[in-house]
Write a protein that binds this ligand. Structure first.
Ligand code: F6P
Length: 468
């Protein structure tokens, strides 16, 4: 059901990565560009439409320079950037948010080695607390009476409790873009840290998730640590179909598509578009393709795997090592199966949005196989951008599975042979079945808009019973 429009009280969005990032142009002037990442893609247009203040970290040197000028208004956003000294920011972002909480929420912690809760980690935890406190202070300063405050993601887990204490007039909600760790995983954290984390979130009027599974994980963890269950809501993000259509028709995207067409010719295309993130399961995706070529020789030279995967969080050793493994595996598979005039895998690691859109327009099969993922917007962007009735092969562990699974070929992301079979099934599907499935998938994606998603969060912040 499409919800009715919420009347918009003053709106404050709070997230680590903001909607704008800054760079110097040739004359040395600071210029804002639209920030990257799923959060901004899905939330940005709706916030720009209704208006509001976005509070976010100044991440680069240019961001910090821009922050010194105070609140910046550009591209429909009113941005207040928070400056954290770079070493303190690294402790907050790399050590706690990304190397600890992100891994816990994705069940990816290598428990034989990590986390090591030592003095350095404790220092980083103090940094995490300090950055969260600085964000809370900024909200207190910016927010007018009874404003709506929507806090996003695992970087800012402690704001709810601070705001409940300092500004009980505010209607606040927290939205997690990741899955949420279950009680067994949470036991890795010292009791005081787990309690502060859950208390921080429980201070909001409601906590939101992309999928009911992640909400259930949070509820179970809150029950085990706090002995109570704070209000939750489930509201999957979606893409702005008009925006995707406009962007895919841009001259840049058309030029990338022409280059791609020249490279792949009339071969079938299996595609993936992802950040090089450990949750994305890029290695098993390539192993499955390798098995497809080994067990179904009829596909050799008739298909190309186009992988646009671009670097992410290179401050973490695990991410750098994963990237090297991905590149090495591509070389192995291309050496094993390649023939003159046919490279089985075309790998591109440039972070180039028009290039990604070109791949999404052209695929016959889109592989989205994360081991665990909060949502996965690529599946939705693909459904809107694709022009060949492409088939989605989707992991049951993606948050988008609940909504899009019925219109995809489903896989267990750990099952490499099963994924090879799914690729074969998708490549072999007849024209009528492909067209029917692609249309149904597009319809499912377009049922709700980013503005609906924003309204659902605002409604949750206002209507859930106060948890204070
Ligand atoms: O992996 C997805 C995700 O963790 C989102 O939950 C989050 O919004 C985003 O990545 C953060 O990315 P970054 O570290 O680049 O700001």
């Amino acid at each position: 059901m499409v919800p009715s429009r919420m009347p918009q009280p003053e709106l404050i969005i709070v997230s680590n990565r903001g909607p704008l990032s800054f760079a110097h142009d040739d004359s040395g002037a600071l210029v804002p560009t639209r920030g990257g990442g799923g959060l901004v893609t899905s939330l940005g247009p709706a916030v720009a439409e209704v208006g509001g203040t976005w509070i976010a970290s100044a991440i680069t040197d240019a961001d910090r320079e821009a922050a010194a000028q105070g609140v910046v208004e550009a591209q429909g956003f009113r941005l207040r950037s928070l400056v954290v000294e770079p070493d303190a920011y690294r402790l907050f972002y790399d050590v706690v948010a990304n190397a600890t909480l992100w891994f816990l929420h994705h069940n990816l912690m290598d428990l034989a080695r990590r986390p090591r809760i030592d003095r350095r980690w404790r220092e980083a935890w103090e940094g995490y607390r300090a950055v969260n406190a600085a964000f809370a202070e900024a909200v207190v300063e910016e927010a007018g009476d009874s404003a709506t405050v929507l806090v996003h993601d695992y970087h800012l887990s402690l704001l709810g409790a601070a705001l409940a204490e300092k500004r009980p007039d505010l209607a606040t909600a927290h939205f997690h873009h990741t899955p949420f760790v279950e009680p067994t995983g949470l036991r890795v954290l010292p009791d005081d840290v787990a309690t502060e984390l859950l208390d921080g979130l429980a201070g909001h009027r409601a906590c939101g998730f992309h999928s009911a599974r992640w909400a259930a994980g949070f509820e179970a963890s809150a029950r085990s640590v706090l002995d109570r269950v704070p209000p939750t809501f489930v509201a999957p993000a979606t893409v702005d179909a008009d925006e995707v259509t406009r962007a895919k028709e841009s001259p840049d995207a058309a030029q990338r598509l022409a280059a791609l067409d020249a490279a792949v010719g009339d071969r079938m295309v299996i595609a993936r578009v992802d950040r090089i993130e450990l949750s994305k399961n890029i290695l098993r995706g390539f192993h499955a393709y390798d098995e497809l070529l080994a067990t179904r020789p009829e596909w050799r030279e008739r298909v190309v795997f186009v992988a646009r995967v671009y670097p992410s969080r290179e401050g973490l050793a695990e991410y750098l090592a994963y990237r090297q493994e991905v590149e090495a595996l591509v070389d192995v598979i291309n050496d094993r199966w390649g023939r003159p005039g046919w490279a089985p895998i075309l790998l591109d690691t440039a972070d180039d949005f028009p290039g990604s859109l070109a791949v999404l327009r052209r695929y016959d099969v889109l592989l989205v196989n994360p081991v665990r993922d909060g949502l996965n917007l690529v599946a939705s962007e693909g459904a809107v951008a694709n022009e060949r009735d492409g088939v989605l092969v989707l992991s049951s562990e993606a948050g988008s599975w609940a909504e899009l699974g019925p219109f995809a070929v489903g896989i267990n992301p750990f099952d490499v042979s099963g994924t090879a079979e799914a690729l074969d099934e998708a490549l072999s599907m007849d024209r009528a079945a492909r067209a029917g499935q692609a249309a149904a998938l597009r319809q499912a994606v377009c049922r709700r808009t980013p503005r609906d998603w924003l309204d659902e969060q605002v409604r949750a912040a206002h209507t859930a019973p106060p948890a204070r």
